[in-house]
Design a protein. Sequence first.
Length: 338
Amino acid sequence: MATTALTDVITEAGSAETTLEFPDNRFLLELCGELDSNLQKIETATGVEITHRGNRLSLFGDEEQRKHSATILRAIYSRLEQRRPLEPGDVDAAIRMPSEVFDAPRDSDQIEMFKSDQIEIRTRKRIVEPRTPVQKAYVKSLFDHQLAFGLGPAGTGKTYLAVAAAVSHYIDGHVDRIILSRPAVEAGERLGFLPGDMKEKVDPYMQPLYDALNAFLPAKQVLRMIEDKQIEIAPLAFMRGRTLSNAFVILDEAQNATSMQMKMFLTRLGEGSRMVITGDMSQIDLPRGVTSGLVEAEGILRDVKGIGFTRFTSVDVVRHPMVAKVIDAYDAAAKRNG
């Protein structure tokens, strides 16, 4: 169905007010959110005041603020016209990069061009879209490179997007299995004292990977694929001596791999496989004096052709906005002390 064009700015009261008119009130109500929660979020982010009357939104503030807010509102409305779901994170994404990912096309040719430029990952349970420009570059790297690194703070979607890409590759038949691994930093002697068999001992370390898989595949399918060895979730130490062919392989929390472990893991890459390494170099839990294999690998491999590196910052945090503030505060403290 053709997208209805969104009316451009129709009134300018002095230089302090911009009014937008939306042709479909159903989409406008969804744009506004429950109790106008989405409008409140946009007001906080841009510094404008937004009032809702009928099928119109009026924006009050300085010219640049109103222009930015109008772009965000058009972007979200365009998404709704295309019958694409709107979640709270999508509103945050529109605020971050309205013109880059969500900008509203004006005619059918532009719509198709807009859709072809979109980057999204299709899984069994949902369509996953990058929510920041760096996430967009990361997803592109995951599909363009056989070996890709995602480096940066927690909450930026490094692991989530990598697992989504792995599931997508499996569904499309590009790989036969998915292999997910993490260093079990505290394993060592403590692991032997934990109850249960080896799987039960290491499962607590692997839980974030199970959570990511369950976001993209039905739970029963995940269990069946684990039983059939189409999905393997194992500590990094279990990778030694293996050649990982026709697989999508992810090493998560790689900042806690030693230099020897990192080299071992990287050399497991086999024919028809893809490998993604994710980590946050500000959260290294290795004993004092032990070099992080991720830090070393970045220095050695960053200029090697064919390897993709994507670096995230607090701007790319897609969890609660407070997480970004916490990261910034810790970074500032580290600079003062360091």
